[in-house]
Design a protein around this ligand. Structure first.
Ligand code: HEM
Length: 486
């Protein structure tokens, strides 16, 4: 079955067909496969078309469809002027790696995005640049290493089992699968971070996170934000107060608690830089907030899409359920079991290819002059990288819009996936800090779900279409049927 990747208003598959009838020859369709765009060309709109208000409006309305449209028209590299900025968008895996790996020190995140992020994240690792970022990253990295994450796996299993209990009544009626994944990943991150979970608090926090995502997506396309005290900023103000109060209460509780904990907060409290200094109170609050925010929204989105991929591919789902029965024989998974579940693992990788929660990486700015793909990139230029598009490029993925987990099986005959073509967690030194945590969590939850339930589409409901609000989510909350297997 093929999957059409609809963004808010534009069907990419339809666009491809339209482009096939236009006069522009596109690299993929032109049979020039695998070769990045010629360095001498000057792709992208010029003159008055490049001024940018229309492009900005289009980006705001349908980011992925708009950037896809540029690349269909102009090729692997698109350069244009968007308001005050020179704007470059790159699609080709070689260019993506050149930027994120080789030139990473010459890029910073777009200050407007970090300014918006900083209102919630403070100066945490996701916002910081240069030496402070390096220090924070080095302090946090050991806590997210596979061994440390494996120690958190029993907490993930406990949260999953509690959720299975809650879902016992689910049957042939529509079940709010997306809401259930959001609640479950919230519980996993609360237990992993603070060794506790509180359902009511979790729900309030999930609502606040949702409000912040939607508001942030709107703010990105305005050159300045109105102050937080402005009356129309009340939802953002309330959401920030909810999250901030919640994190600060957890930190206060830990200060008064002498019992040992083996959780992420404990790791952060004990983390030291090479000079032996730890995080101060603000630093701890900021890192907790980022782990909390980055650590559940993305995974909830990924599991939601995985649920849909399973429901819409019953044969693959059945094969995974059989693998689980064979390896686990009904018991909960342990860290040692996960490598024995390749079929489940491939289904998750393929879901992350089709529906990467970080569909567009945070836009970068060149901090010094750069030369990439033969193009001179001046300091201050904006750089866009869009995994959702690179990961659906027919040059690297046969039948790119189809759910084909076997493409991640080296023995399947699918061509090798070039480095830089598959990047759901980004690449280079700023690659996702929680990638092992996230894949472990998805494996554990996926295993528990398919051991107990069969996921089916709800008759009469249309297939979900993706919408980008910081993370890529279905435009309508996903509902599925949960049939009990045992
Ligand atoms: C399926 C789940 C996840 C996906 C798809 C994902 C994706 C990403 C991506 C693409 C980036 C890089 C963004 C960029 O370069 O612009 C990133 C960064 C980050 N992620 Fe994740 N993430 C996931 C889960 C998690 C989890 C569970 C945590 C923590 C528990 C986490 C923590 C972070 C942090 C702290 C950064 C910033 C790293 C830095 O700037 O040095 N992520 N993530």
């Amino acid at each position: 079955m093929s999957i059409s990747f609809k963004t808010r208003s534009l069907d990419l598959a339809m666009m491809r067909r339209m482009d096939e009838h236009s006069t522009t020859q596109l690299p993929a369709d032109a049979g020039k496969a695998n070769h990045p765009q010629a360095a001498s060309s000057k792709p992208g709109p010029s003159g008055p078309r490049g001024i940018g208000f229309l492009q900005l409006r289009a980006l705001r309305q349908d980011y992925l469809g708009t950037v896809h449209g540029w690349h269909r028209r102009w090729g692997d590299v698109v350069q244009q002027r968007l308001l005050l900025y020179r704007d470059f968008s790159f699609l080709h895996p070689e260019h993506v790696r050149e930027l994120l790996v080789a030139s990473h020190e010459q890029l910073i995140r777009w200050p407007r995005a970090t300014e918006i992020f900083a209102s919630a994240h403070g100066q945490s690792v996701i916002v910081a640049e240069g030496a402070p970022w390096k220090r924070q990253r080095q302090m946090l990295q050991p806590g997210f290493a596979p061994k440390r994450v494996d120690a958190l796996l029993p907490l993930m299993v406990a949260a999953g089992q509690q959720a299975l209990q809650r879902w016992q009544g689910a049957g042939r009626e529509a079940f709010g699968f997306e809401a259930a994944m959001t609640q479950l990943t919230m519980e996993v991150i609360l237990r992993s971070l603070f060794s506790r979970s509180d359902e009511a608090q979790g729900r309030a926090a999930a609502e606040a996170v949702h409000v912040l995502s939607v508001v942030a997506m709107g703010e990105f396309y305005w050159p300045v934000s109105s102050p937080l005290w402005a009356p129309w900023k009340a939802p953002k103000r309330r959401a920030l107060a909810t999250l901030d109060g919640f994190i600060r209460r957890e930190l206060a509780r830990r200060r008064e608690d002498d019992t040992p904990h083996e959780d992420l907060l404990d790791m952060m409290i004990r983390a030291r830089d090479p000079e032996g200094r730890g995080f101060d109170e603000h630093g701890l609050r900021d890192e907790c907030m980022t782990t909390f925010l980055a650590g559940h929204e993305t995974t909830a989105a990924a599991l939601t899409w995985w649920g849909w991929c399973m429901a819409s591919h019953p044969q693959e789902q059945q094969a995974i359920a059989e693998e689980l029965d064979q390896v686990l024989a009904g018991r909960a998974p342990t860290a040692a079991d996960l490598p024995q579940l390749p079929r489940l693992s491939r289904s998750i990788k393929e879901t992350l290819r089709l529906y990467p929660p970080g569909a567009a990486l945070l836009t970068r700015i060149a901090s010094t002059p750069l030369r990439v793909a033969g193009f001179e990139i001046p300091p201050g230029a904006m750089i866009r990288l869009t995994p959702a598009l690179t990961q659906r490029d027919p040059r690297w993925f046969q039948e790119p819009e189809a759910f084909r987990p076997e493409r991640f099986d080296p023995g399947s005959g699918h061509g090798e996936i070039p480095r830089g073509a598959y990047l759901p967690f980004g690449a280079g030194p700023r690659v996702c800090l929680g990638s092992h945590f996230a894949t472990t969590e998805m494996m554990v939850i996926g295993a528990l779900i398919l051991q107990h339930h069969r996921l089916c589409p709800v008759p009469g409901l249309p297939a979900p279409t993706p919408r980008l609000d910081i993370t890529l989510r279905p435009s309508q909350p996903l509902q599925l049927q949960l049939e009990r297997r045992r």
